[in-house]
Design a protein around this ligand. Structure first.
Ligand code: NAD
Length: 283
């Protein structure tokens, strides 16, 4: 029977540890604040933003909300980012994506100070990750490394196959696994013989955005399966990129959806906020 990796519990453990650290910081007069910027009122974004605020409250981080209307101009947002970059009482800046179509996402990401970029999306942080220097790491892949480590799953020397090459999941995931001495393959929409490539994996990470695409035909017996996808079915139930019930009989460990990778993303955001104090004092 496969081991079910409990992302909810592991994320709670991490938040409990962070809460203790933050309490100690406060005792030494150091308070952490995260600015959360949302443009428009996309319902999915509002749910994510609320969850981030709740996590901040639990850990003891002050969250400062900026809720701007959909028609906000890019220059106004850039001005707000400049102000937040210069504000010493703000340690982390998060601009909730996706942005409205009239804004250039890269221009916004690039304007956030790399020292406050708690999402880890700024090119300087991505570059630092690439060459093993300190910096913020994208939260979802960082959370997956924690899931594996805290479940005592060996990474070094293993064949890891990631399906998906996005900037926020697939690419940083590959760099983190490489840093853990895995042998890494990134597959994507143009990969030939995808099933065979996936079947090589000791650790298979699905980040494609297609509900239940990965059936047991893609999985080597005894592999660890990490499901990043999140989809709401017509029934209202959530599912991932992996056909969970089908794969359960063949894998050695698997993350469920919900309760696997999802909760880790916010826990690692909180971790990055705590790290921001360290990074900002390295200058
Ligand atoms: P994306 O759309 O940016 O990238 C998808 C990737 O999948 C692309 O690189 C593409 O080449 C690849 N792909 C698409 N169709 C494919 C196919 N048929 N075969 C092989 N590869 C294919 O997506 P993303 O932002 O990386 O997100 C992926 C999924 O993970 C989505 O379902 C998203 O909702 C979810 N997600 C979850 C979390 C979380 O916290 N749990 C965080 C980020 C993303």
């Amino acid at each position: 029977m496969a081991y079910i990796i409990d992302g909810k519990q592991i994320s709670q453990d991490i938040k409990n540890e962070l809460r203790e650290k933050v309490t100690q910081f406060k005792e030494n007069g150091k308070n952490i604040a995260l600015a959360v910027v949302q443009i428009g009122n996309d319902p999915a974004s509002s749910v994510y933003v609320n969850n981030k605020k709740k996590a901040c409250e639990f850990v003891g981080i002050r969250s400062v909300a900026y809720e701007l209307p959909e028609e906000t101009q890019q220059d106004e947002l850039l001005k707000l980012i400049d102000d937040l970059n210069a504000d010493h009482s703000i340690h982390g800046i998060l601009v909730q994506l996706p942005l409205p179509k009239h804004m250039n996402e890269n221009a916004i990401i690039n304007r956030i100070s790399p020292l406050k970029d708690v999402d880890g999306f700024h090119p300087q942080n991505v570059g630092a990750l690439c060459i093993g220097q300190p910096g913020f790491v994208s939260c979802t892949p960082a959370g997956i490394i924690q899931l594996l480590k805290r479940s005592d799953i060996e990474i070094a020397g293993k064949e890891c196959v990631i399906i998906g090459r996005s900037n926020i999941v697939g690419k940083p995931m590959s760099l983190l696994l490489l840093a853990e001495n895995a042998t890494v393959t990134i597959a994507h929409s143009k990969t030939e013989n995808l099933m065979e490539v996936c079947k090589r994996a000791d650790i298979l990470i699905a980040a494609v955005g297609r509900p239940k695409m990965f059936t047991k035909e893609y999985v080597k017996e005894g592999a660890v399966v990490i499901d990043v996808g999140i989809h709401r079915l017509e029934s209202g139930k959530l599912c991932g990129d992996v056909d969970y019930d089908d794969v359960l009989s063949i894998c050695s460990a698997i993350t469920p959806v919900p309760g696997g990778v999802g909760p880790m993303t916010i826990a690692m955001l909180m971790n990055n906020c705590v790290e921001s104090l360290k990074l900002q004092h390295m200058e």
